[in-house]
Design a protein around this ligand. Structure first.
Ligand SMILES: Nc1ncnc2c1ncn2[C@@H]1O[C@H](COP(=O)(O)OP(=O)(O)OP(=O)(O)O)[C@@H](O)[C@H]1O
Ligand SMILES: [Mg+2]
Length: 364
């Protein structure tokens, strides 16, 4: 997949700007607060119909304007398509080749993007929720069934929790309704866990070798941590049944894949506790590049890669290795305030787009 160009109308600090891209490496260069990250956000929005910065649509519309439009020409599966997202204060509309697409799940998948942001270090340091979100988002990109079953799981879980909340304190016994909900939850989880397991095993395989290349001598290991030892509908249901009184007391569903996690270790030590900042950044980069490889394996094409503020944070050796990894095969968009001191071939050949106050000043 590649994006050939993008047009921004009243998006963030861009009034009206067209940007034409290189099929390989593109670098947005400019001072702070000029619109480099905004440009990445627009590309990501076109890809996923979501922002990586906000859930509030209005935030993306230029101050004092009523609406914004981001559109672009993409090559997906060797076919040219036009994608468009129109934003108004009331909501958003997504279009493929001028046809409005009502469901987000029908829009995503044409043009995938893998994103690396400075705050992605939280994937190592932060709560399990962030790692589960990564799993869910990335598996959904390659498996519509996963996305569908996960949505079903989440709505059943909500229903079960709402039911538990309104049960009276005296009511310590399960009833048929709780049984039915638990059965459905157990059955859905078997498929979701199997898909998560398969995905993490691929993620581990690719990340390990990529990390080994970026940071020699250190062994990375990513494993899926699921609270169930036996993955079968009967075993999961039995656990729910054993714990009915606890769930009724806590008024919530304690067990389930909404508690799963990824365990990340470096030389067998928990990365959350022991990895340095640079090691954490390298782990996350290895994981993100592994995601590119997984999408290619499953979908047949590389997604694009969006890297915000990465170059300035890595030491020279790691920077060079990262650039080696992405050269020649992955359309990449990077942002930086300066390219001084970086004389890698990839950077020399890249298209540099100089951004100033929401305008393209020029390219070189
Ligand atoms: N809805 C909006 N309308 C107009 N301007 C906006 C809007 N949202 C953000 N901005 C402006 O966009 C600018 C920030 O742009 P951006 O985050 O892309 O900067 P950047 O070039 O990535 O800078 P840095 O190097 O600091 O990361 C800010 O000046 C902000 O005020
Ligand atoms: Mg920025």
């Amino acid at each position: 997949m590649i994006i050939k160009d993008i047009e921004l109308k009243h998006f963030r600090n861009y009034d009206h700007q067209e940007l034409v891209f290189d099929p390989l490496i593109n670098i947005f260069v400019g001072d702070n607060a000029q619109g480099k990250t905004n440009a990445l956000e627009a590309i990501y929005l076109l890809s996923s119909s979501r922002s990586f910065k906000t859930h509030i649509i209005e935030d993306m519309i230029q101050f004092n304007e009523q609406s914004a439009v981001v559109s672009g020409h993409v090559i997906s599966n060797n076919r040219p398509i036009t994608m468009k997202i129109a934003l108004t204060k009331k909501g958003k509309k997504a279009f493929i080749n001028m046809n409005e697409i009502a469901r987000t799940s029908d829009y995503i998948g044409y043009f995938n993007a893998i994103l690396f942001l400075p705050e992605d270090l939280q994937l190592i340091q932060g709560s399990p929720r962030l790692r589960r979100r990564l799993l869910d988002q990335e598996i959904a990109k390659i498996s519509p069934i996963y996305a569908y079953n996960l949505a079903k799981y989440q709505s059943l879980l909500k229903e079960r929790n709402a039911y538990l909340k309104q049960l009276s304190e005296q009511h310590k016994q399960a009833d048929t309704y709780l049984d039915v909900l638990s059965e459905q939850l157990a059955s859905l989880q078997v498929d979701l866990i199997n898909r998560r397991q398969a995905f993490v095993s691929l993620l581990n395989e690719f990340s390990q070798s990529l990390y080994q290349y970026i940071a020699e001598d250190e062994a990375l290991q990513i494993t899926y941590h699921c609270q169930y030892k036996e993955i079968s509908e009967q075993a999961i249901l039995a656990k729910y049944q054993d714990n009915y009184s606890r769930d009724i007391m806590y008024r919530t569903t304690v067990d389930g894949i909404h508690k799963d996690d990824l365990h990340i270790t470096l030389n067998q030590h928990n990365a959350t506790l022991y990895a340095s900042q640079g090691q954490q950044r390298s782990i996350v980069l290895a994981m993100k590049i592994a995601l590119l490889e997984i999408v290619r394996k499953e979908v047949g094409e590389y997604p694009i890669l969006l890297l915000d503020d990465v170059l300035s944070e890595l030491d020279d050796t790691r920077k060079e290795k990262l650039l080696n990894l992405i050269s020649n095969k992955i359309q990449t968009f990077m942002t930086t305030t300066s390219l001084d001191g970086i004389d890698h071939e990839v950077v020399k050949k890249a298209k540099k787009l100089v951004i100033s106050s929401g305008h393209l000043e020029g390219t070189y």
